[in-house]
Design a protein around this ligand. Structure first.
Ligand SMILES: [Zn+2]
Length: 168
């Protein structure tokens, strides 16, 4: 089963049982992203455990892998005192980057949840995103039984929204 995520305008391209295509609203740039059901469930398990606080983690992949196969989720600790932000200890962040380097992995996605809000990117999310090579995945748990994911990538001074699908 392929689970689709809400998206402004789906332009589905069906090939080899995979369903994915970039949004036409995002210009010429196209991005394909399929996440396995197992990885998606691992992310959701962690983000739900963190409720009512925001959860945060990253997805890494082998550096040589140009696609989004072999994604590996690494949960991080949210140090923010309130329920509407996340903050990662700089020491944890640095050791994560060293660990990825040691393993020859690269940072593909930074993930965080919006426990009570839509998965729309916030002004603060934009201001604090400093990794142009990685995507930003926001998961809304406003209805935990029906999580909504949205994927963004930095494009120039702003962010473009990408579509993605979860596939077994
Ligand atoms: Zn956010």
């Amino acid at each position: 089963m392929v689970q689709r995520f809400e998206s402004a305008n789906w332009n589905l391209n069906l090939s080899n049982k995979q369903v994915i295509e970039a949004l036409p609203c995002c210009g010429e740039e196209k991005a394909n992203m399929i996440m396995s059901e197992g990885v998606w469930q691992t992310i959701l398990d962690h983000l739900k455990r963190e409720l009512p606080r925001e959860g945060v983690g990253v997805l890494s992949a082998p550096a040589c892998d140009k696609g989004y196969a072999n994604l590996h989720y690494i949960p991080l600790h949210n140090l923010a005192a309130d329920e509407a932000h996340f903050r990662v200890d700089p020491a944890e962040w640095v050791s994560l980057l060293h660990e990825l380097e040691r393993k020859g992995e690269c940072l593909r996605m930074i993930v965080h949840s919006h426990p009570a809000a839509s998965p729309a990117i916030s002004r603060e999310d934009m201001l604090h995103f400093h990794y142009p090579d990685a995507c930003l995945l926001i998961v809304s748990l406003r209805r935990p039984e029906n999580p909504k994911g949205r994927l963004y990538k930095r494009l120039g001074g702003g962010f473009e929204r990408l579509s993605f699908a979860v596939s077994p």
